[in-house]
Design a protein around this ligand. Structure first.
Ligand code: ATP
Ligand code: MG
Length: 411
């Protein structure tokens, strides 16, 4: 991508109405634009990152036999009433249709997936089944001041699993938990993310959150350093020791909930009368689990975690571009190098802008945060070389221009 053609530009001033670091950096770097509190447009660079996060999640959901669907965001009042959530889900956006019907904008989708699954699942032979979607969710959050971390409109991956009994749910719950850790590891968040015990509702003692440590996190968690897990604030009062090893001196940390998994049991199958026929021909309630994860919140969290005073430092797997190629008024040579990189399949943002100073180009590259910066200038070309630098690193490396693509591919 040529930077001279890029739709959204970097912005010098810190937006005044943004308190959160993730939104400030992402707006300045031209990744997102704010329409209203908690409501953002994803610009070309931002959408690339968001898509990469989503693709990683999708691959790992497919790997645990999740089947992807897409449910509507417009959900009739009657569906919410069936589970008693029309009046009890505080953050539900409610609106009226032309047919005088009322709707709730999808804040979560148990009310859609359960009656949907009931149409296709009749027998134990069709279980277990796991269905997921990646979709925009709407919640009328009272405080939407954390940028992408708490949107009123945000993206969610929600997976729902259906089982014959609790043991089968327990088995899949563990599989999903592992898939979650694979995702966080691929996203560069493994070291900072803790499996966190949280209250479980009527069906099970605990549910589990995946909490990523950040100084700006809205949640408080209590970490057991020995077991590498945590309990959240909700349950620390009754569970003041590690639920695994009993260790008492848990360490308080601020964190962001990037995902959670929950045993629903019959909470939703009962109101929708979702049953299956077992081997003996007897009808039984379907047992359910749900597994949420927030791609847009993850994007905000990664920015909160990986940055310096100059801008974002993207982990390799989700960077908008792997390489930021900067030409300092040597576009003839740089054009060729750019085309070569593209041909080799390297994802490259090419700063081909004329009349922009070297200092501004470097500042922009730091702000945008691609992992590798390559500079082509008169000075480097005099030795037939290009200068390579890692974002966040201090060292410069000179590479012969004819070895450049090879060397970048070897990274
Ligand atoms: P929180 O406790 O932070 O309000 P939640 O427990 O209500 O979140 P869920 O309903 O379980 O969250 O949603 C699943 C996932 O969706 C969360 O783990 C989070 O990653 C994401 N998510 C939830 N609410 C928001 C939001 N307002 N903005 C962005 N992502 C969100
Ligand atoms: Mg929560």
């Amino acid at each position: 991508m040529r930077q001279s053609k890029l739709f959204a530009k970097t912005i010098k001033e810190v937006p005044k109405d943004e308190a959160s670091l993730n939104a400030q950096l992402l707006i300045r770097a031209g990744f997102i634009d704010k329409l209203a509190a908690g409501v953002y447009t994803f610009l070309p660079l931002g959408l690339r990152v968001h898509n990469k996060i989503i693709n990683i999640i999708r691959e790992e959901m497919d790997a645990i036999d999740g089947q992807e669907i897409l449910m509507p965001a417009l959900i009739p009042k009657e569906s919410w009433q069936a589970t008693n959530r029309w009046d009890n889900f505080d953050a539900l956006f409610k609106l009226g249709g032309a047919d005088k019907k009322e709707y709730g904008l999808g804040a979560t989708h148990e009310e859609v997936i359960t009656p949907l699954a009931k149409k296709f699942i009749f027998s134990y032979k069709e279980l277990p089944t796991a269905i997921y979607q990646i979709q925009t969710k709407f919640r009328n959050e009272p405080r939407a001041k954390a940028g992408l971390i708490r949107g009123r409109e945000f993206s969610m991956k929600d997976l729902y699993s259906f089982h014959t009994d609790e043991a089968d749910l327990e088995k899949y719950y563990k599989v999903a938990q592992e898939a979650y850790f694979k995702i966080f590891s691929r996203l560069g968040l493994a070291d900072l993310t803790y499996l966190t015990y949280s209250s479980g509702g009527a069906f099970s003692k605990y549910s589990h959150e995946f909490q990523t440590l950040t100084k700006t996190g809205e949640d408080l968690i209590y970490i057991c350093s020995k077991c590498r897990l945590a309990v959240n604030k909700e349950i620390i009062k009754e569970q003041s020791a590690c639920p695994e090893c009993g260790k008492k001196d848990l360490k308080e940390e601020k964190a962001v909930e990037v995902g959670n998994i929950f045993k629903l049991g019959t909470r939703f199958s009962k109101p929708f009368d979702m049953q299956y026929m077992d081997e003996k021909g007897e009808k039984k309630d379907v047992i359910m689990g749900c597994y949420g994860m927030g791609p847009s919140r993850i994007m905000g969290t990664i920015v909160e975690v990986y940055n310096d005073k100059n801008g974002v430092i993207w982990p390799e797997e989700i960077a908008p571009f792997a390489v930021h190629l900067i030409s300092l008024n040597k576009n003839d040579e740089a054009n060729k190098i750019y085309e070569e990189m593209e041909k080799a399949g390297i994802e490259v943002l090419y700063d081909d802008r004329e009349e922009v100073s070297a200092g501004e180009k470097f500042a922009n590259a730091d702000l945008i945060g691609c992992p590798t910066r390559v500079v082509i200038s008169e000075k480097t070309l005099a030795k037939k070389e290009a200068e390579i630098k890692r974002r966040g690193g201090k060292e410069f490396k000179m590479v012969k221009v004819d070895q450049l693509v090879k060397s970048l591919l070897a990274r």
